[in-house]
Each structure stands twice: as C-alpha cells, then as structure tokens.
Design a protein. Structure first.
Length: 300
C-alpha cells in the first residue's frame, strides 16, 4: 500500500495507541499517517456511558471514516469495542496485551483497605462499582467520566479520595508511578478485552487483513475472544456489570473467570470454566460455557 491511514480518537492515550501501531507498521516498511477524530463518547461527559449509548460511542465516528474511505484502519482499546461489530466491519487483529488489571490511584491512601469508611471512590464502570461494593460496601462510589488525564486531574483537585483505572493506560503513558496498587485479577476481575488493542477494518479489505496479520498475538487473540464470547452470550454492554478474564494455564488450557453483579442488591455471582482453546471457535465455545455457568448461578 502507498499509505495506511489510521483513524484514532484524539485523547493522549488513544494517540499513544495509534502511534504504537504506526511504529509497528513502519518497521515493516509501510507509510502511515494518523487521522485524529473526536467521538460522541468524548463529547458527552455529564452522563454515564450506560445511559447514552454505551462504549460503541467511542468507535462509531471512526467506523464512518473507514466506511467512506478517509481511513484504512481504526485502533481501539479492545474493551471499548462492541461485542458485535456492525455489518461490513471486522476485527482484523488483536495485539499483545498490556497488564489487564485494574489499578487504585490515590494521593493519600496506599490500598483499598487504607481508605477510611465513607471515602469517595470514582469510577464510571458498573463492573467496578459492583466489585468495589463487594469488597468495601461502606465506600461512596461516585461517577467519573473523561479521558485519563481528566480523571487524574479531578482526583488531584480533591473531588475523590481514590479512583480506579485500567493499569494498562497508566503504564502506556508512563504514569505507572501513580498506581498505588494493581488489584489481583481474582479480586477485581477485569473487563473483557481489558489491556488489549484491537484493529478494525472494513470486512471487504482483505489486503489490510493480510497486511495486519503479523501484528496479531495468537495467545492474547484467543484469550480475548473467549472473554468477548462471555460478554456476547450475556448480551454484554456497559449497562451490564459483567467481568470476564481468561488466563492460560501451565498445562496449556485456557481458564475463564466471569462475574456478574446486580447494582441494586450489590449481589455478585461468579463462574469459572477451563478447557482447550486451540482456535477461535474453541475459544468462543469456552466463553459461552462460562456465560451459561453464570446464568445457572442466577445471572440474568
């Protein structure tokens, strides 16, 4: 190709992600430019995503750029990508994953246990709300929207005692020193796809799908496919408090842990399954089994 155009959001983290993919492609001899865009998800900051259309608001404008030919590929945080893409689009590639865990960020407190009773913790994620309430029902959990820098600024201004963010974003921007503690993944089960980057293309761009294939990380592609299958089977969106995290075991099996919460009753249901995931179909089946185990436990 003469030049590959990457559609990206214009937040500092999104630009880092796009620049990362740009560098990987340039190493392989491709010319690459970025097309920065502002999405509806970036513009609507006074309401939770679950009330205004979900995380798909972060990708629709980028998909429009792919559709009309202004861009060739779009780079996304995989956890922001809807489980079912619109007709005509494909997830071409999942890159090697960064740390998938959640992180506690606080200027004063070194751990969740150190937070005083009634402390204010910020998060925009219903998944994190339910998991935090299961750990510390005494905390005041308040909404927190905006890009990563905006969220840190609100914390530093004293609006919150602590906030919970994805460790991956902090590490990618060189802000690892802000992490007080990275939660154990069993304690704060991550969202499906958390820490991974996905590259979206038009489904008819076989040339791009082939070109991007060397960037894919097979183990993380299969693990995130299993996680996304859990969410898809549960009708997952950001209006559902759902977690899914897959880990490869020493014997080569893939273990999936899933959790479903109820924001009204603060109940939390968990399920786990394990099996072979030698290809995408097997990974999807494993994710569906985990979702069925959640439903049998009482998730709806």
């Amino acid at each position: 190709m003469s030049n590959i155009v990457i559609a990206t959001r214009e937040s500092r983290l999104a630009l880092w992600q796009a620049e990362h993919v740009k560098a990987l492609l340039q190493e392989r001899g491709h010319a690459v430019t970025l097309l920065g865009m502002t999405t509806r998800g970036d513009q609507i900051l006074d309401r939770s995503l679950s009330k205004v259309g979900g995380k798909g608001l972060f990708v629709k404008e980028l998909e429009s750029a792919l559709e009309d030919g202004r861009a060739d590929i779009a780079v996304h945080s995989l956890k922001d990508v809807p489980m079912d893409l619109p007709d005509g689009f494909a997830l071409a590639c999942v890159l090697e994953r960064e740390d998938p865990r959640d992180a506690l960020v606080s200027p004063r407190y070194a751990s969740l246990d150190e937070l005083p009773q009634g402390a204010v913790v910020g998060t925009s994620s219903l998944r994190r709300v339910v998991l935090l309430r299961a750990l510390r029902p005494d905390l005041r959990i308040e909404p927190l929207r905006g890009n990563l820098d905006t969220r840190l600024r609100k914390l530093d201004e004293g609006q919150y005692d602590a906030i919970v963010l994805a460790a991956a974003g902090l590490k990618r921007l060189g802000l690892e020193s802000r992490i007080r503690i990275a939660f154990d993944a069993d304690t704060m089960l991550p969202a499906a796809g958390q820490g991974a980057l996905g590259i979206e293309v038009r489904a008819d761009r076989r040339d791009l799908i082939d070109l991007l294939a060397p960037l894919a990380h097979r183990a993380d592609t299969l693990a995130t496919a299993a996680e996304r299958a859990v969410s898809r089977a549960m009708g997952g969106s950001c209006s559902m408090p759902l977690a899914a995290h897959a880990r490869w075991q020493p014997d080569g099996a893939l273990r999936i842990d899933a959790a479903w919460g109820d924001t009204e009753s603060a109940s939390l249901l968990r399920a786990q399954c394990q099996g072979e995931a030698t290809d995408a179909d097997a990974a999807n089946r494993l994710g569906q089994q985990a979702a069925e185990a959640l439903r049998q436990a009482g998730a709806r």
